[in-house]
Design a protein around this ligand. Structure first.
Ligand code: RP5
Length: 161
């Protein structure tokens, strides 16, 4: 496994599946696990502490509300941690975003957008990180981006639809 996708609850999976789908697109091996900063703190410590030794290269961590999972994972490992703010019911994910993005100096979390787009981009960014040492993967990402550009350029003018 190269990427670990962790989330605070099974209720986060519909969001975090977008990260998994992006990794699938590039053929990147990953694992998924529910790890809660608040409900299973020892599991979080064990998971993040052992992640590098198990061969993981990147951790994607999604959580909602008081979303301490990405920051605490980053506290236990020097692997890059990408944080996905899951959209919460009460505050629409603003709480998740602010909980994840405002890390104190010295412990980094790469924070993505709230919700599905952020999860997909976490998968994409994980792929880009892995591609710094994998020329074949970098070429795949270039191809993905070129196809995306072409699909936008080939769209008709909105007023003509
Ligand atoms: C967080 O609380 C989880 O990441 C989830 O986004 C949120 C709600 O969890 P559940 O009550 O649905 O399990 O820890």
């Amino acid at each position: 496994m190269q990427v670990g996708i962790i989330m605070g609850s099974t209720s986060d999976w519909p969001t975090m599946k977008h990260a998994a789908d992006m990794l699938d697109r590039f053929g990147i091996a990953y694992e998924t696990k529910v790890v809660s900063a608040h409900r299973t703190p020892q599991l979080l410590a064990d998971y993040a502490t052992g992640a590098a030794a198990r061969g993981l290269k990147v951790i994607i961590a999604g959580a909602g509300g008081a979303a301490h999972l990405p920051g605490m994972a980053a506290a236990f490992t020097s692997l890059p941690v990408l944080g996905v703010p899951v959209q919460s019911k009460a505050l629409k994910g603003i709480d998740s975003l602010l909980s994840i993005v405002q890390m104190p100096k010295g412990v980094a979390v790469g924070t993505l957008a709230i919700g599905d787009a952020g999860a997909a981009n976490a998968g994409l960014l994980a792929a880009q990180i892995l591609a710094t040492s994998d020329a074949s993967l970098l070429a795949q990402i270039d191809t993905f981006r070129a196809a995306q550009t072409e699909s936008v350029l080939s769209q008709p003018d909105p007023s003509q639809v």
